[in-house]
Design a protein around this ligand. Structure first.
Ligand code: XIL
Length: 349
């Protein structure tokens, strides 16, 4: 642990050099992989996985297996995918990811049980009473967590429940069940798999701001009430044009002090296209900033990128004129960002 806390100066000093002298070669031997670099650091290196790409793209599949020791389903564990009709579950795509992870010695982060997006229309369009919705939510969480019991080691139990100003987001759950739905969701998930680590998860909550203050207060309150909450997830969707949250380490450290784990769960660093060398350098710095905070913290256990290649990244489809947000190009060549992650892990050894 001492090593982890002493890396700051070393990493800060060496970072500029590491990023600018980025070795161009793709991993040539096992020792050159991200998962090898992460070994012994106490931080797992993960990626979101696109199940169509995993099935159809052999190069993609080989990189997921070689470079990462943790995987998250990009979409197939979301409510609309897993329970498309009420009470009818489609486990197959998610099970394939679990099997792939097992075969490759990887752990699985579960994403996500309660969210306001990517819900099936039967859930959002039918007029359920609050009592019915509570039962539906309970059944969904219990069934899903039970199905993956012992196979998914962490769950994003609730995703994106706060607004930027720290008030609770207006969702079907808040409107019908009141704020207590959050504690209930954690209790139900815990009953279904007492060993799984249960997380809050959001974006724009990496640095210290109104949103992360709200999470801090909520975590403290739930812990004091004995609610089984174990982790604070920061998605880490950054953009070079916005700069990077300078207070990220202070934020991670205050959650450390509460006794919960932390994780960076969906890191990508987008840019306004076209790509140039300066933006790529800055991008490497962004990836590394979050990873340094994780390595410096006591209980930061994983760092996951939201897709590792531009070939399948969600960014261009959602953020107009932006892209190149991942550590590998469309051609699966490593970018300076990939080398920044690699070197930041190496320096922490
Ligand atoms: C995104 C996926 O990457 C896309 O493929 C999908 O169309 C929409 O959702 N925050 C989250 C993730 O918690 O689940 C989102 O993933 C990205 C933002």
């Amino acid at each position: 642990m001492a090593t982890r806390r002493n890396v700051l100066a070393v990493v800060a000093l060496a970072l500029a050099t590491a990023v600018s002298s980025a070795a161009p070669a793709v991993a040539g031997s096992d020792n050159d992989t991200l998962r090898a670099a992460a070994r012994g650091s106490g931080v797992r290196i993960g990626t979101a996985v696109d199940m169509n790409a995993l099935a159809n793209d052999a190069e993609y599949r080989a990189l997921v297996a070689a470079q990462f020791d943790s995987v998250t389903a990009e979409n197939v564990m979301k409510w609309e995918a897993i329970e498309p009709q009420q009470g009818q579950y489609d486990w197959a795509p998610a099970d394939r990811l679990v099997d792939f992870a097992k075969a490759n010695g990887q752990v699985v982060r579960g994403h996500t049980l309660v969210w306001h997006n990517q819900n099936p229309s039967w859930l959002t369009e039918d007029a359920f009473t609050p009592a019915q919705l509570r039962q539906i939510l309970r059944d969904h969480i219990k069934t899903q967590v039970r199905h993956f019991k012992g196979k998914v080691y962490q769950w994003d139990v609730v995703n994106e429940v706060f607004n930027e100003d720290g008030t609770l987001r207006d969702t079907i759950w808040l409107r019908n069940l009141g704020p207590g739905y959050i504690a209930d969701a954690f209790r139900w998930a815990h009953e279904a798999d007492p060993k799984a680590k249960l997380y809050l998860n959001d974006y724009n909550n990496e640095g210290i701001n109104a949103k992360s203050d709200a999470y801090y207060a909520l975590t403290k309150q739930l812990r004091s009430q004995g609610v089984p909450i174990h982790g604070y997830g920061m998605q880490g969707h950054l953009g070079v044009q916005y700069g990077f949250p300078g207070s990220v380490f202070d934020n991670v450290r205050r959650f450390d002090a509460l006794g919960v784990q932390t994780a960076f769960t969906e890191v990508d660093v987008r840019m306004i296209l076209p790509v140039d060398a300066t933006k790529e350098q800055a991008q490497g710095y962004g990836f590394s900033t979050l990873l340094q905070a994780c390595l410096l913290a006591r209980h930061c256990v994983s760092y996951t990128v939201w897709g590792f290649t531009d070939r399948y990244s969600w960014v261009p489809g959602v953020f107009d004129g932006q892209g190149s947000a991942t550590p590998y190009t469309e051609a699966l060549e490593p970018k300076p960002a990939r080398e920044a992650i690699f070197h930041t892990f190496q320096l922490a050894r």
